[in-house]
Design a protein around this ligand. Structure first.
Ligand code: M6R
Length: 610
């Protein structure tokens, strides 16, 4: 939602904070700010601006910041108040002694604000965050830790906080509940950050602050406490992914780099999880007897992860005949779902911090279900609250539009389906062996698709003038169509709808004329003929068709204006292949239209508020 980075040490804070902010910009990019405690005056000096980090850098070039070794910075995705300078973080209290940066939402901020106003505090922004700064200032009588502790006990909602105070240069306080915050352990310096990439070039030693924990950082030590002030022994972990993972590596955008990483992601996953034809998912957190007893599965997820879950539903049901329901997490949490002890909840999330997904699993656990999460972000809230965690290990995904995390989520759901097949065998063994054999070929198939990306770019550019797109697919590629539409609308802002092709006649066909493009996801399968019929119906209404088909399919050329081929595979694995051309179509159209591919408007990488 927002990105925080804080520094305490012996070096100049500003360059370190700005560099960290750049790596957190994917989390929010409508305004940003930085504050340091000046060595000379002892005052906290702040620079803030609307816009991106480059605008903040331009500002600092014109209005230099003084030298200081304690500081805080923030990049924002607006929740309360417009994205302008006044609402940009960090925020002061009245006395300008205390400065805070916040990620999350304070639900009771209005009543707290009224109360503080009655006591004479003056507010200068529309944010919920300023309430926290004022509250800390209100309680502050010289002991910063005590004031933060007292203030956060009054807050309801989700927050990750960084706090500094002009009376305490060399001290940085952090606290979290519901929003991510990590502590980086350096040599003669320490850091706080919303995510690991911000500090990866500084240290690999991190503490994942848990919900309900706060920390006091000095240059030479870090102490972690509960919100009640009880000291806790925090575990220092070593981050294994390398610095290159958070660089563009010669690609013009993170999105295209991450699209190219997909063969390696799948290869790494299969190496780890497939031993011959045996699927190994040790961290699943459920005993064999529990897995055997599952009589219903719910997948809960949001956005792209929801589409991965939908593909998982088709796969798991086909292999096991265990009924799989799928809910957008935001619906699941409020609809009183029928969940019991033999229900398995699969929560799918790249970030592991999505507020709705977290709320959904809490609801499911309250009802007695077991939760297995499929997650990319190590140590995230979701992983801590689940009974079992299947990490996708796709590496950091920086592009706001999810690509490699999506492929990894589908692959992990398919592996889970294969593991559940051990207990409920609904397909002939021979066919499942073929699926596994074909699964192992997916990384090679990906490379073939990527080798043909120039042709996909040409098709995308030729069709980038269309003002509206429809994406159609059937069966296990209905989710692919949904995801193709989401990718396009997210990064190019072209209205795009994803539909099961069979539903076209029940409404969306009204959209079709010579000014609309329709992407038909039509690899070879037992419903291929049905897709061809849909394509004929589109042609009859002059719609322009881009078909995604299996290599060797000459027939489809008669029905489509453009055909993009993917290599053959087992029908149930086709979502793992067709995703790549769909991502590339969206990418090249967005580039052609001059859109900001990695940081599309209004979006943020992880949605930590409802
Ligand atoms: O971190 P999560 O996987 O839980 O995020 C869920 C969605 O917010 C996310 O997939 C979103 O739809 C992306 N922008 C898709 O590209």
């Amino acid at each position: 939602m927002c990105g925080i980075i804080g520094y305490v040490g012996k070096r100049s804070a500003t360059p370190i904070l700005i560099d960290g902010l750049r790596k957190l910009e994917y989390r929010g990019y409508d305004s940003s700010g930085i504050g340091v405690i000046a060595n000379t005056s002892g005052n906290i000096v702040v620079r803030k601006t609307k816009g991106k980090i480059k605008d903040l850098v331009n500002l600092i070039d014109k209005q230099k910041l003084p030298q200081g070794q304690t500081g805080l910075s923030h990049t924002r995705w607006a929740t309360h108040g417009a994205p302008n300078r006044a609402n940009a973080h960090p925020h002061f209290d009245d006395s300008k002694k205390i400065l805070i940066a916040h990620n999350g939402i304070i639900e009771n901020y209005e009543s707290l604000k009224e109360n503080l106003k009655r006591q004479g505090h003056k507010f200068v922004s529309d944010t919920d965050t300023e309430v926290i700064a004022q509250l800390i200032g209100h309680f502050y009588k010289g002991d910063l830790f005590d004031a933060v502790k007292r203030a956060i006990r009054q807050l309801r909602g989700a927050f990750a906080l960084g706090v500094i105070c002009k009376d305490h240069p060399g001290t940085l306080i952090a606290a979290r509940i519901g929003s991510p915050l990590i502590i980086g352990i350096g040599k003669d310096e320490n850091y706080i950050a919303s995510d690991v990439p911000a500090i990866l070039n500084l240290t690999r030693k991190v503490i994942y602050l848990k919900d309900g924990e706060m920390a006091v950082l000095k240059d030479d030590k870090v102490d972690v406490f509960t919100f009640l002030g009880k000291k806790v022994a925090a575990k220092v972990r070593t981050v294994t992914f390398n610095v290159d993972a958070v660089k563009k590596g010669g690609f013009p955008h993170f999105m295209i780099k991450e699209i190219h990483e997909q063969p390696d992601v799948i290869e790494g996953m299969l190496k780890l999880r497939l031993k011959g034809s045996k699927v190994v998912l040790k961290e699943i957190g459920l005993k064999a007897s529990e897995l055997k007893g599952i009589n219903h599965i719910f997948v809960v997820a949001c956005g792209t992860a929801y589409h991965a879950g939908l593909a998982g539903k088709y796969f798991i049901e086909k292999l096991t005949r265990i009924p799989v329901s799928i809910d957008a997490a935001s619906e699941f949490r409020y609809r009183d779902p029928v969940v019991g002890k033999k229900t398995l909840i699969i929560a799918v999330s790249q970030s592991g911090e999505t507020a709705d997904t977290l709320a959904a699993i809490r609801e499911a656990k309250r009802k007695g279900a077991k939760v297995v999460s499929i997650c990319n972000a190590v140590g995230s809230s979701l992983t801590r609250e689940s009974d079992g965690v299947l990490y996708t290990h796709a590496g950091p995904e920086i592009g706001v539009a999810s690509t490699k995390a999506y492929i990894a989520q589908i692959a992990m759901l398919f592996l889970l389906g294969l593991r559940l097949y051990d207990f409920k065998k609904a397909l002939p063994k021979k066919e499942v062996s073929r699926i596994i054999r074909e699964f192992k070929k997916i990384p090679g198939r990906h490379k073939e698709i990527l080798a043909g990306k120039d042709k996909i770019a040409k098709v995308a550019k030729k069709n980038s003038h269309f003002g509206c797109f429809l994406f159609l697919g059937r069966n296990i590629n209905y989710p692919s169509a949904m995801e193709g539409a989401l990718k396009l609308k997210e990064i190019s802002y072209i209205p795009a709808e994803g539909y099961p092709a069979g539903e076209m006649k029940h409404g969306p066909i009204a959209l079709i004329d010579e000014y609309r493009a329709v992407v038909c996801v039509s690899p070879q399968s037992d419903i291929y003929e049905k897709m061809i019929s849909n394509m004929q119906e589109i042609r009859a209404r002059k719609g322009k068709i881009i078909a995604i088909a299996t290599q060797g399919d000459a027939v489809i050329k008669k029905h489509a204006n453009h055909v993009i081929y993917v290599p053959p595979t087992h029908n149930l694995l086709t979502p793992l292949l067709v995703a790549l051309p769909l991502q590339l179509i969206a990418y090249y159209i967005a580039v052609q239209l001059g859109c900001d591919v990695d940081q599309p408007r209004n979006l943020a990488k992880s949605v930590t508020v409802e």
